[in-house]
Design a protein around this ligand. Structure first.
Ligand code: ADP
Ligand code: MG
Length: 230
């Protein structure tokens, strides 16, 4: 299918571009950080400003490194991961967007298992889903991100928003490649996300009510070594 190919090509060009830019940003960032550390503030107020600048630079650095890694899908590496740290990293990446839109993302990490998987792919999933939730809210709204234990060595991750919701007749179309209702959407987020979750032995389901909101439920198996909460 030619359309599919062209889209895939576009995405890989964007990925390469993002990786290139991320790389270029890191060098001046390192230099800025070095020079701020050389400043010898004489007032405690100045010291406070320098500290803020350093922590903001660390944040940029983190985001840029993530971008660099995420845009390189090559090195697939399955390892043991702390689910909650992974989710917290995702929230850090999306913090500017949620702050800008004034949409709080509440968390309830009731269960914090080790899972086994590909870190960048799983991050990609949660970035996609939380971004969808942010994009579904116009004006006031909030997002809840929660983890809980499920029977049979599984963890349930719930991402709920009280945004625009999805009309019932469109629900069967979710996850179809290129199905989007957004002007600048790709319609690839859910398709890729459910594929990644399936590859990890889990599943993804969506419940939604128009004008009320959407809940995405993802289950993943926990890593074998650990005992469930029984
Ligand atoms: P994109 O975000 O690029 O449109 P996705 O595959 O991520 O592609 O989502 C496909 C479509 O599913 C969206 O265009 C939107 O119509 C619907 N959708 C997904 N998540 C939500 C949500 N949380 N709230 C409302 N609609 C959603
Ligand atoms: Mg999306």
């Amino acid at each position: 299918n030619e359309l599919l190919l062209r889209q895939a090509e576009k995405l890989s060009v964007i990925g390469e571009l993002a990786a290139g830019i991320a790389h270029e940003i890191r060098n001046p960032l390192t230099s800025l950080k070095g020079f701020i550390q050389l400043l010898k503030p004489t007032l405690s107020e100045q010291q406070m400003y320098a500290d803020i600048m350093l922590s903001e630079l660390d944040r940029i650095n983190f985001i840029v490194s993530e971008l660099l890694v995420l845009s390189k899908p090559h090195n697939v590496q399955i390892k043991s991961l702390s689910l909650v740290s992974l989710l917290e990293n995702v929230l850090t990446l999306l913090a500017s967007e949620s702050n800008l839109k004034n949409i709080p993302i509440h968390t309830s990490f009731e269960y914090a298992p080790v899972i086994s998987g590909e870190e960048n792919q799983l991050k990609q999933v949660f970035i996609n889903i939380v971004k969808n939730a942010l994009e579904a809210i116009d004006g006031h709204g909030e997002i809840m991100l929660a983890t809980s234990a499920k029977a049979d060595q599984e963890v349930l991750i719930t991402i709920a928003d009280n945004g625009c919701g999805i009309p019932e007749e469109l629900i069967p179309k979710l996850g179809d490649p290129f199905f989007t209702t957004k002007e600048n959407g790709t319609g690839l987020g859910l398709m890729i996300s459910s594929k990644i979750i399936k590859d990890h032995g889990g599943h993804l389901e969506i419940a939604s009510k128009r004008n009320e909101g959407t809940t995405v439920k993802i289950t993943l198996p926990i890593a074998h070594e650990q005992k469930g909460p029984s």
